[in-house]
Design a binder for this molecule. Structure first.
Ligand SMILES: [Zn+2]
Length: 203
């Protein structure tokens, strides 16, 4: 309880769904941040993961926030949720947020489980596509007489690390690789792997 406000979780019923409201700690941790409420849908029965919350924000210093402000923001948000805030997940039919109301306008409604599942499937597809691309390039370079591919990380003194790959004819020595990484501006000269093209094993 802060400022006479139950910081939560407090349960409400919206269209028969148990919706919980919590006051985000940033509301009082940063005095000028304002009142932020997080609304959560019931835990997903398959994953146990709480369905991601939507946030509502009242720009008013915490010291001035009253119970009446809290009550009003809760009431407003719950009626918004009841009117147009909930949709059925396009994949499984479970009730979830209407993305148009919150942070993902224009997207199809997906519950947390389906969203994560589809994200993982997409990442796996991308990884397979990337592996196929590297394999095609390996074949082409091998036809041109290259024997090894070096995959390395360039760690510059300033800025982000980046991944680089290059092909060589004949197994490269650690010194040759270090020289190349040095010429690319890397501070670290031994963060690499060498692939032999003919059998694609680490050499
Ligand atoms: Zn779903």
């Amino acid at each position: 309880m802060r400022n006479g406000i139950e910081t939560g979780p407090v349960h409400h019923s919206v269209r028969g769904l148990d919706v919980t409201v919590e006051v985000s700690p940033c509301s009082w941790m940063y005095p000028t941040y304002g009142l932020q409420l997080q609304f959560k849908l019931p835990s997903d029965c398959e994953t146990g993961r709480p369905t991601a919350g939507c946030f509502e924000h009242l720009k008013k210093p915490w010291a001035e926030v009253t119970r009446a402000d809290y009550d009003q923001l809760v009431k407003q948000t719950l009626s918004k949720l009841a009117a147009n805030g909930l949709q059925t997940c396009a994949s499984c039919g479970r009730i979830t947020w209407n993305p148009a109301l919150f942070d993902k306008p224009g997207k199809v409604a997906r519950c947390e489980t389906c969203f994560m599942w589809e994200l993982e499937a997409e990442l796996a597809r991308e990884a397979r596509a990337e592996a196929a691309r590297v394999q095609r390039e390996d074949r082409a370079m091998e036809r041109d007489g290259f024997t090894h591919r070096v995959d390395a990380w360039v760690h510059p003194a300033m800025g982000d690390d980046r991944q680089v790959s290059w092909y060589v004819k004949g197994r490269p020595t650690p010194q040759q690789i270090a020289d190349h990484l040095s010429s690319l501006g890397s501070e670290v000269l031994d963060d690499y792997t060498v692939e032999t093209l003919s059998d694609a094993t680490v050499g």
